[in-house]
Write a protein that binds this ligand. Structure first.
Ligand SMILES: [Zn+2]
Length: 131
């Protein structure tokens, strides 16, 4: 039994979006584009909500974008707060952890993709100020 954790399952047995995580492991930030209507979706889909088709292809996104908005989550005093934000990339609004301090965070700032390796072999993405 898998205990609860905050990160999504990534294996081929657990998710049809396995390719997203595999691409991320290989340094590629990807999502799906519908081959019918051409719409690029975030998050990646298994079915296009416009066309109700599973004819989707993986497309690569830029690895940088702009911080649209953010919030600071302080779980308890003395613990480093976590910044969560919406990063605008190619017209998509992508929720993400932002690796930046409260002092340097600013709406509109340019952010770069960061791929973080979890201890169990999974990968997650975040964005930070440095390329
Ligand atoms: Zn479509």
């Amino acid at each position: 039994m898998r205990r609860f954790d905050q990160y999504p399952p990534e294996s081929e047995e657990e998710t049809q979006l396995h390719a997203f995580f595999q691409n991320l492991k290989n340094g590629r930030f990807t999502t799906t584009r519908c081959e019918g209507c051409g719409k690029v979706w975030w998050p990646p889909r298994t079915i296009c909500p416009n066309c109700i088709t599973s004819n989707l292809e993986w497309v690569e996104l830029p690895k940088n974008g702009r911080l649209k908005l953010y919030t600071v989550c302080q779980r308890e005093k003395g613990v480093e707060p976590v910044v969560l934000g919406i990063v605008e990339i190619g017209g998509l609004h992508i929720p993400s952890k932002i690796n930046a301090s409260i002092e340097e965070i600013e709406e509109g700032m340019e952010l770069f993709l960061e791929i973080e390796n979890l201890e169990d072999g999974r990968v997650i993405y975040a964005f930070s100020k440095q390329e």
